[in-house]
Design a protein around this ligand. Structure first.
Ligand SMILES: Nc1ncnc2c1ncn2[C@@H]1O[C@H](COP(=O)(O)OP(=O)(O)O)[C@@H](O)[C@H]1O
Ligand SMILES: [Mg+2]
Length: 222
């Protein structure tokens, strides 16, 4: 069964005469699947991920998450669904600079009213940061920050993980480590992963490759 299914998405920025970015993008992603989205710069990959994550509203088209139409939900319900059932990893880490590493992990638990029960410590350990819990994000290397961001995206056990060029700011060794973590942690828990990447090596790990061309999603033969 599809966890997320979107149909005929259109996105136009800047009014009627504005730029059309998505022009009929459709796909369905099954539970447990790892799908990579490719496409040249400016083709609409981040736009698509933001729509799937409920952060941006498409100009037209629908997104169904576990059978529910995302953009017909009231804002508060959409926010709750997104917080509880999705996790997001960005290229620029997006950690909260005024919170320590451990506090950054506590936040998604608090927002979802989940008790810690040792989860923060165990997730720090799973991403190799067991002795860095009291560090500030700026005291961590890029690779460490992104591993922390992976833990933050997964700690509340969301069903869908959206990752937008998560290795874009990392050197090759850190990029490999981050992708191996994301792939491994999602597979072991049967989570669904949709990742935008430029890396052919990363794309090789995916179950399915799609590319955005002319505002639509098309399958890539690998
Ligand atoms: N908020 C916005 N307002 C206006 N144009 C935007 C906005 N966000 C993205 N765009 C434009 O939409 C196009 C696709 O952007 P994006 O989805 O970020 O592409 P990608 O992630 O594939 O590089 C680009 O031309 C970009 O400039
Ligand atoms: Mg982008």
């Amino acid at each position: 069964m599809a966890l997320i299914e979107f149909e005929d998405l259109h996105m136009r920025y800047g009014g009627a005469a504005g730029r059309v970015v998505l022009a009929g993008a459709s796909a369905r992603v099954s539970r447990g699947e790892f799908v990579v989205v490719l496409g040249r710069s400016g083709s609409g990959k981040s736009t698509l991920l933001n729509i799937l994550g409920g952060l941006d509203r498409p100009s037209a088209g629908s997104v169904r998450f576990d059978g529910r139409a995302l953009f017909t939900l009231p804002d508060a319900a959409l926010t709750r669904l997104r917080r509880a059932r999705m996790g997001v990893v960005f290229q620029s880490f997006n950690l909260i600079p005024t919170l320590t590493a451990a506090e950054n992990l506590r936040l998604p638990l608090a927002l979802n009213r989940l008790a810690d029960n040792g989860r923060v410590a165990s997730w720090l350990a799973r991403v190799g940061l067991e002795d860095r819990g009291t560090a500030w994000p700026e005291q961590l290397s890029g690779g460490e920050q992104q591993r922390l961001a992976v833990a933050r995206a997964l700690i509340h056990e969301p069903e869908l993980i959206l990752a937008d060029e998560p290795t874009g700011n990392l050197d090759i060794d850190n990029a490999r480590a981050v992708v191996a973590l994301l792939d491994g942690l999602c597979r072991e828990a049967g989570r669904t992963l949709v990742m935008v990447t430029h890396s052919r090596e990363v794309a090789g790990l995916a179950d399915r490759l799609l590319t955005i061309r002319g505002g639509r999603l098309v399958p890539v033969a690998d």
